[in-house]
Design a protein around this ligand. Structure first.
Ligand code: AMP
Length: 214
């Protein structure tokens, strides 16, 4: 089963992907994580992507599509989760070609619906470990010691693009560039709309129900 998780920034795509990887062994392809890895390692891709990401804008389609092309070459039979890709209609169109090149199909696109009012607090409160990437939230899932990752003891910090000014832009970019994908995948008969609110486990159960139907 190959799926894409789709939704606004803060809808829980990363959290639910991690749960799916954990319980179902699917391959996780997160363009955001791939960009952050490249930034951390100061690769040419990272240096190029950083200026867009820090400002809350999308990395250009050609760069992003090239990245996903490489990742899809390494997908085995475990099934994959696309997390944060596609984010524009041209990316979705390009994905069709990339899947064909690799003899794969995208089975379903799960849209995690979270009201706009909840997204801001989810994002401003998010903290991410600089070393292992563990995600916490200052209210919903705080670390035992403020600023210190429970898992590896690394520094748990706010992402630059999770600052309030940048989030406002990310939400606008989402509305303008990414939300149109909803009708794109509805027309393709692949869209499944899910309630993304409530505890992580409950959202995961909703996802699991959809996957079990197939
Ligand atoms: P995420 O971790 O998915 O929230 O992504 C963080 C940032 O990486 C986004 O705000 C964009 O700047 C960039 N990014 C991630 N995925 C894409 C994509 N599919 N297309 C363009 N930019 C992306």
């Amino acid at each position: 089963m190959n799926i894409a998780l789709f939704g606004a920034p803060g809808a829980g795509k990363g959290t639910q992907s991690a749960a799916l990887v954990d319980r179902k062994g699917m391959k996780h392809i997160s363009t955001g994580d791939l960009f952050r890895y490249a930034i951390k390692n100061e690769t040419p891709l990272g240096l190029e992507a950083k200026k867009y990401i820090d400002a809350g804008n999308l990395v250009p389609d050609a760069v992003t599509i090239g990245l996903v092309r490489e990742e899809l070459k390494c997908v085995g039979d475990t099934g994959f989760i696309l997390d944060g890709f596609p984010r524009t209609v041209p990316q979705a169109e390009a994905l069709e070609g990339l899947l064909q090149e690799n003899g794969k199909t995208l089975d379903q696109v799960l849209f995690l619906e979270v009201p706009k009012g909840q997204l801001m607090s989810r994002l401003t409160g998010r903290r991410v470990c600089k070393s292992c990437g563990a995600v916490n939230h200052i209210d919903a899932k705080p670390t035992k010691i403020e600023g210190v990752c429970d898992i590896c003891g690394g520094e748990s910090v706010q992402r630059i693009d999770d600052q309030e000014e940048t989030i406002a832009n990310r939400l606008d970019v989402y509305e303008n560039s990414t939300a149109p994908l909803k009708s794109f995948y509805k027309e393709a008969g692949k869209l499944v709309e899910l309630d993304g609110t409530g505890p992580t486990d409950e959202v995961f159960e909703r996802i699991q129900e959809v996957l079990d139907r197939n």
